[in-house]
Design a protein around this ligand. Structure first.
Ligand code: SAJ
Length: 426
């Protein structure tokens, strides 16, 4: 018995991680430093070449050190193709289509890629945020491609037998900017397609997670992740809606919310220029898509948050009317503070709309990126350092509360029109 458990543990040591992005790369690197042999896979050769040199293709605090040590130890190797392993982790993007339906094509491509390498007893874990039912769909796809194997299925045989391929959903929950800490410390939700799949996935996560690992079924785990992000979106929508009311009534929204939050059962988030990133601005749509007739609140929250950038643009243009050839300095492009990620960024949308309006010269300060995206440079937007941008600007729009903008000498702002969308300089 002991022998058997010992050999099982040894077999569990090879992990193949599909997708070396914000979740896959930290996960693969962490596992490699925790005694697993990890194959990291990405379809982009440029990502493979950067990571194989122990470097990063995006910014995340301290991740460079972890990746270097994982690659340097030889426990993390990277390639564009998967290899046989005991555990496969799928961590690829799940965007929404133009009609706000979930796009599972990257997950399907990952399933297609691992299918030839699967063997009885393997565990396939879907970490990508997924619409309800996706983990089972991955199982069905794999079963089509590998009719020679048995796959765990809901309501299927629940015996302990190691002869089938196990399937679980374990949604990632880490906050960009704090990924390494949260990867280890956060509780995890593990949803098995059947009971044994859940237990196997739980045993795996317990090897490197300090938080509790809660087991449920795959559909509950899928909806749980979506519910977490929808909760945050709805809360931010309340803050953003209050900020519009405050603007009309001449009240400081951040001060108001600070006071309201002194109530022991009130915890309103912060209003801002809108909600960005690849998670909160996207995932609530998966719930709406699953039950459009039941999700008025979630949908409205999405609309409220999506309309906030246009409100900011109107405010800026109103102020710009006072000047003949105004220069607008926009501080920050990322979707939130102290990161370089521009995905779904409201700041980017605001800068693009202001620049396309054509009535002002727009300069941008974004300390976390080297070059502006072509969507902005093609409109004549230029990047400046903070000092020069502030000095030449008539209007300063603070879009992201990067630490770099906090300690600006307030005297420099005195003669300027300042629009602070984050309440940073209050
Ligand atoms: N934002 C506000 N006001 C706030 C908080 C955030 O306007 O008070 C804005 C941010 O500026 C940003 C957007 O919301 O544009 C989203 O930022 P975020 O920090 O709330 O969340 P994400 O998208 O970076 O990460 C979220 C996290 N989910 C939750 O906190 C419930 C993270 O734990 C998830 O792992 C991640 O989504 C994901 O990958 O799903």
């Amino acid at each position: 018995m002991t022998m058997q458990r010992g050999s099982e543990e040894r077999r569990m040591e090879h992990v193949c991680v599909l997708g070396l992005g914000y979740i896959g790369l930290p996960t693969a690197s962490l596992l490699a430093t925790k005694g697993f042999h990890v194959r990291g896979v990405d379809v982009r050769p440029d990502v493979i070449s950067v990571v194989s040199n122990g470097e990063l293709h995006f910014h995340e605090p301290d991740l460079d050190i972890l990746v270097k040590s994982a690659v340097g130890s030889g426990n993390l190797t990277v390639a564009t193709e998967p290899a046989p392993a005991e555990i496969f982790i799928i961590a690829v993007p799940t965007p929404v289509t133009d009609t706000h339906a979930p796009d599972g094509s990257f997950i399907e491509a990952a399933a297609n890629a691992i299918a030839p390498h699967l063997a009885p007893g393997n565990l396939v874990i879907l970490e990508s945020t997924s619409p309800v039912g996706m983990t089972e769909q991955v199982g069905r796809r794999l079963a089509e491609l590998r009719p020679d194997l048995r796959f765990a299925s809901r309501g299927g045989g629940d015996g302990p037998g190691a002869d089938r391929v196990f399937l679980a959903h374990c949604p990632e929950r880490v906050l960009p900017g704090r990924i390494l800490r949260e990867l280890v410390d956060n509780d995890r939700i593990v949803g098995g397609v059947d009971r044994v799949s859940g237990e196997r996935a739980q045993a795996f996560y317990r090897k490197f997670v300090n938080g509790a690992v809660h087991v449920t079924d795959s559909r509950t785990a899928e909806l749980c992740k979506l519910a977490e992000n929808a909760y945050r979106d709805v809360n931010i929508a309340l803050a953003n809606e209050l900020s519009l009311v405050c603007d009309r009534l001449g009240i400081d929204p951040w001060g108001l919310i600070d006071l309201a939050n002194r109530h022991p059962r009130v915890s309103i988030l912060r209003p801002g220029p809108g909600v960005g990133g690849h998670c909160i601005a996207v995932d609530p749509w998966f719930i709406v898509d699953a039950a459009p007739d039941l999700t008025r609140l979630i949908r409205t929250a999405r609309d409220v948050n999506d309309e906030k950038p246009a409100f900011v643009v109107r405010k800026v243009l109103e102020k710009a009317e006072r000047f003949r050839d105004p220069i607008i300095a926009c501080l920050g492009l990322a979707y939130k503070a102290d990161i370089s990620d521009l995905r779904e960024s409201p700041a980017l949308e605001i800068v693009r709309t202001l620049a396309s309006h054509g009535s002002a010269r727009v300069v941008v300060v974004e300390p976390h990126i080297d070059a502006l995206p072509s969507a902005l440079s093609s409109l004549g937007v230029v990047q400046e350092d903070l000092g020069r941008a502030v000095q030449q600007a008539d209007i300063i729009v603070l879009l992201v509360d990067h630490r770099a903008f906090m300690d600006i000498d307030r005297a420099l702002l005195k003669e300027k029109v300042v629009i602070d969308t984050r309440g940073t300089w209050r």
